[in-house]
Design a protein around this ligand. Structure first.
Ligand code: HEM
Length: 136
């Protein structure tokens, strides 16, 4: 069976475990708030703010894997590169979006929605959930 004190000792002793455990703890609020009812309760803005934790958690996952590996870091390096490409894409898209907004003073342009399908879709989905709530 689980020996809780052994688990806690392991978490404190090995940095890669500490990081993995931290990532796991940080994932809990995201899991708990991933239902439509919780999105409604929090409101789109607060929900988005909370779920931005994933930008911290994902690098922690890579760090956890990197520190675990003893010699050949090829695999964690590949994970890190993929994550950097994905996060980099989002940073660039976000900067474009901010630029487009200030240039045109409009909330979300079609071109932005085209370059950021996931973010546009998520924002629309969150506001759809909220609008449904405000009808009742
Ligand atoms: C209490 C929390 C955690 C503990 C104790 C833990 C522990 C471990 C251990 C012992 C391994 C090595 C497994 C092996 O030797 O094959 C491992 C691998 C790994 N863990 Fe964790 N982990 C935790 C949380 C997480 C979280 C939250 C993530 C992701 C966000 C994660 C991502 C990974 C990855 C990507 C690997 C490498 C898998 C592979 O070998 O391909 N871990 N973890």
């Amino acid at each position: 069976m689980f020996d809780v004190s052994e688990i806690l000792k392991d978490i404190a002793k090995r940095p890669f475990i500490t990081v993995g455990f931290t990532a796991l703890l940080l994932l809990i609020p995201l899991a708990v708030t991933s239902t439509n009812a919780m999105v409604r309760r929090l409101g789109a803005k607060r929900w988005l703010l909370l779920h931005r934790l994933v930008y911290l958690i994902a690098p922690l996952g890579v760090l956890h894997f990197w520190w675990m590996v003893k010699r050949d870091v090829t695999q964690p390096a590949v994970y890190a590169a993929i994550l950097a490409a994905l996060l980099g894409y989002r940073v660039i898209a976000r900067l474009n979006q901010a630029g487009a907004r200030t240039r045109r003073s409009e909330p979300l342009s079609k071109s932005t929605a085209a370059t950021m399908p996931s973010m546009a879709a998520r924002t629309l989905a969150a506001s759809a959930v909220l609008n449904k709530d405000s009808d009742t």
